[in-house]
Design a binder for this molecule. Structure first.
Ligand SMILES: [Zn+2]
Ligand SMILES: [Zn+2]
Length: 305
């Protein structure tokens, strides 16, 4: 199974010529998930060759413009491109009313596909979406308005892979193979039990990704992202601007690194940079003093998890 992330934009409130507002595509096997939809998202999707028709789920963290102003253009273009079926938007409840209000710039009744809204639950970590292969949890953050992060977790494969040599060795029947794949032990004719672990290959580890933006450092977030493989955490400011970060309910590079360290994550990706940084090296250097396996996001960055 493959899980990868493409950063479309990792800027903050003021987009610049080198950095767009927040948006990223998470790809799990052939399924696409859009996380946040800042201005210009649909153009960036075109630029990076992302298949619009494969997009069936959009997650919106909060209703600051740099995280959702692109939704109007994207929904409109999906309509013009002949999109059909359902498009699920997991978002703050208010977005449904904004999009469907009679004052909305978009007429959602003539899109040609169906919008399905799933309101994020405010109080605690909640399962926001799941299918057979992946689950997505929403995590309340600590920001000026109600905001959520998202944790994507692969589910373990339902069926195990059998060791090929065992099929011949024990002359396994089809029904025995099915039961072993489901996790059962094998009972031989003389009553001997062969344990399932001897008959099957070790399952590959499942992967996980957390998107945490925008927020002040939060202990409950730290707990929620415990052990994820990759943590994308906002670092709007450098450490010297900690007071500014606190006033605006954002984090510094050092604070993001503290969360990564305390949550024992595999890798930290910093993002949501203030427009004052044309070069983000200072943020990366600061974070590395606490959590060495840190990189800074940039628009166009793609990484496998
Ligand atoms: Zn923001
Ligand atoms: Zn915000």
């Amino acid at each position: 199974m493959s899980l990868s992330v493409k950063i479309l934009g990792c800027g903050s409130a003021l987009p610049t010529t080198v950095r767009n507002a927040s948006a990223q595509i998470l790809k799990h096997n052939q399924k696409l998930f859009l996380i946040d939809c800042g201005e210009y998202t649909q153009v960036l999707m075109r630029k990076y060759g992302i298949r619009f028709s494969a997009l069936k789920h959009i997650f919106i963290s909060h209703l600051h413009g740099d995280h959702f102003y692109g939704i109007f253009g994207l929904l409109s273009s999906l309509s013009l491109m002949g999109n059909t079926g359902e498009l699920h938007i997991h978002c703050p409840e208010k977005l449904k009313y904004i999009l469907e209000s009679e004052n909305s710039p978009l007429d959602t009744t003539v899109l040609g596909y169906q919008l399905c809204f799933d309101a994020l639950k405010p109080s605690e970590v909640n399962l926001a979406y799941e299918d057979q292969k992946i689950e997505v949890y929403s995590v309340p953050l600590k920001h000026r308005i109600q905001t959520w992060g998202f944790i994507f977790k692969e589910k373990p494969a339902e069926l195990k892979n059998i060791r090929k040599e065992c099929i011949e060795k024990y002359s396994l029947s089809i029904s025995e193979i099915v039961r072993i794949k489901e996790g059962c032990d094998l009972r031989l004719e003389d009553g001997t039990i062969i344990e399932n672990s001897e008959l099957t290959l070790e399952m590959p580890p499942t992967k996980s990704y957390a998107y945490i933006s925008d927020t002040m450092p939060s202990q409950s977030v730290c707990k929620a992202v415990e052990g994820v493989d990759v943590l994308y955490h906002e670092a709007t400011y450098e450490a010297a601007l900690a007071e500014r970060a606190s006033q605006t309910f954002h984090s510094t590079s050092l604070q993001a690194a503290e969360i990564a360290k305390n949550a024992n994550v595999g890798k930290l990706v910093l993002g949501h940079f203030s427009s004052r940084y044309t070069d983000t090296q200072i943020l990366e250097n600061e974070a590395k003093t606490i959590f060495p396996n840190t990189i800074c996001a940039y628009d166009g960055l793609e990484f496998e998890i």
